[in-house]
Ligand binder design. Sequence first.
Ligand code: G2I
Length: 463
Amino acid sequence: MRTSRTRSTRTRPLRGSLRRRVAALFAGAVTVAALLAAGTTAHAADAPLRDLAAAKGKVIGTAVTGSKLTGTYGTIAGGQFNSLTPGNAMKWGTVEPTRGSFNWAEADQIVAFAQAHNQQVRGHTLVWHSQNPSWLTNGTWTTAELSALLQDHITTEVTRYKGKLAAWDVVNEPFNEDGTYRSTLWYNGLGADYIAQALTWAHAADPSAKLYINDYNVEGVNAKSTALYNLVKSLKARGVPIDGVGLQAHLILGQVPGTLQQNIQRFADLGVDVAVTELDIRMQLPSDSTKLAQQAADYKAVFDACVAVTRCYGVTVWGFTDSDSWIPDVFSGYGAATPYDENYAPKPAYGAIAASLGGTTTPPPTGACTVTYSVQTQWNTGFTGQVRIACSGAALSSWKVNWTYGAGQQITQAWNATCTQSGAAVSCANASYNGSVPDGGSVTFGFNASWSGSNPVPTVTLG
Ligand code: G2I
């Protein structure tokens, strides 16, 4: 898998700069130890995950942020997944921040992107206690007013995307851990039947969308999932339109519930679909190879459980890259929860997902070519960097390396390579004369760049 595009649409060739020459004259230039970071070639699945999933009759999705759907992020989101869920764009607080004033821009953008990439969209979410607009949560409403507000909201939003969405998470997180109903604006104001009403209104607005109730900590058999089970059973018995349950699956490393498949099966036996809707598997940072291997096993266990049950519709990951995950913001010291690292390199979890979906990953060659980034000289506003590509037991006839700067560094000049920088993303390809790296040989190229504040070493990948 080659991921060489960049985040911004602005790509320009680099030009030399005299500024750093001047800056280099300052005494006391710091020499930073070389050999700071190395990465080996990533080996992605032979077929994109979406093709593997489709061959198994499953859907593989990711939550996305609309503004990021360009460059490498867009390439992976569009290429590897056959379903998208807007991470925040369809929530009430986003779409109607002021009463009667709607903002559909990001949601529309995601739906258009999905259509252009032949992907499904999973709407998320219509009725929740969180991320509601303050005009709603701060208002004082009679039962009739609250009911009308909810009906209007559902009808407006579902109608807007009528025929375009595969599914809606109609009701999100209605239960407490002990299986009682969560005390929310909706439950307190309308009683437990707000759930049936919401489903009924959503169905009236778009009869073709599959309607789900979605919750977390309902992956295994427990009090909360049993409450959800009993609710779905009674809704079905009453003829309320309910098509599926969403198991969010915000999991912790090494803690995939042993009863996951059994739980999926019991919902399937009720006559509803099951979707894993928000999968991520967090670990205490920093990650290491042992944790990443455990995470791969955990991802595989979740996908295996879905593959094993016919009515398991598919699995959506809650962000595909560690650079677009909610975990570090909410769980201090935790992260690395998704299948791609922050530089969009597939992690072991990616290969495990592919394996679960029946794919193969190209085995690493017996030898390898590695890439090493080092800061050679650094002064107050700039630095000189070097990248070395070395092969052992393998060889290259051309090369391209990529990295993303984390602190606003900007390349001003490069030699022995052609480099472009777009936003934070840097991509350097061989010059006409040094594409060949023989077994046992190496090639280096250099560059000058500006920095301020800090100059963290990026992870460099060989594409
Ligand atoms: O909290 C994780 C997920 C649990 N299940 C329901 C999902 O809808 C929920 O998603 C997360 C988003 O991934 C976050 O991105 O929901 C959070 C809110 O509860 C989202 O966080 C919010 C931040 O709290 C805001 O400060 C921020 O402005 O994201 C917003 C947009 O980036």
